[in-house]
Design a protein around this ligand. Structure first.
Ligand code: ADP
Length: 219
């Protein structure tokens, strides 16, 4: 599902180049649940963004869902992201002026809005958010907001979820509920790449990869 080969990423900054990734090779099979751990600044988010076709590496090869990402046009990458990948972020990134259901439907692949509305409602009801469909994110607890974000990630029935510290802002019970949703997706055959600092979150994965200074040190 994911094939990274010798991936490097160097950011040009006013203080000179920053080597965020230095030759990362990683394969994640379809249906695997993999955690990525490592200290702040070691390149975890960069790795996730490159895997999600949201950032371009400086060198290397990137395969996702059988596609050679670096050979694709911008439009084709956008389609890959929308159709095959769900994203969940630490800060939720919900649109504040849309309702819960509208936030989920806004992620729908173009032309599939009606199906997304049905599926979004179903997911939100399953995630105990049925009474909240018309609420705005500010009216929800952080745990509820993240469950909305997971529903948004699932609305297009992706094959892969990329989650960047999805429980970093949650209390333990809410974190556990969000991890349960990722685990359910995995049980149904989905692939999960989860960046986390938290032991309890990493324990949900089948395999843990440790990054240090832009390189994989174990896993
Ligand atoms: P992590 O997610 O493990 O905290 P990141 O992937 O965010 O690590 O960052 C890896 C390194 O790249 C850090 O040194 C960070 O400061 C640097 N970095 C990340 N994004 C940028 C950027 N857009 N421009 C310059 N440097 C960046």
């Amino acid at each position: 599902m994911i094939h990274l080969e010798n991936v490097t990423k160097t950011y040009a900054t006013t203080d000179g180049p920053v080597h965020a990734l230095s030759g990362v090779t990683l394969d994640v099979a379809p249906g695997e649940f993999v955690a990525v751990r490592g200290p702040s600044g070691c390149g975890k988010s960069t790795l996730l963004m490159i895997t999600g076709a949201m950032a371009t590496p400086s060198s290397g090869r990137v395969g996702v869902a059988g596609e050679n990402v670096l050979a694709m046009s911008g439009a084709a990458r956008a389609r890959l992201r929308a159709e095959k990948i769900g994203f969940v972020f630490q800060m939720f990134h919900l649109l504040p002026y849309l309702t819960v259901l509208e936030n989920v439907v806004a992620a729908a692949v173009s032309g599939r809005e009606a199906a997304a509305k049905r599926r979004g409602r179903e997911l939100l009801e399953r995630f105990q958010l049925g009474p909240r469909l018309r609420h705005r994110p500010a009216e929800l607890s952080t745990g509820e907001r993240q469950r909305v974000a997971v529903a948004r990630a699932l609305v297009n029935q992706p094959r892969l979820i990329l989650a960047d510290e999805p429980t970093g802002n949650l209390d333990p019970d809410s974190a556990s509920a969000v991890l349960d949703l990722l685990a359910d997706f995995h049980c149904q055959g989905g692939t999960v790449l989860l960046v986390t600092h938290q032991e309890a979150a990493a324990e949900r994965a089948q395999r843990t990869i440790s990054l240090r200074e832009g390189g994989i040190v174990s896993g």
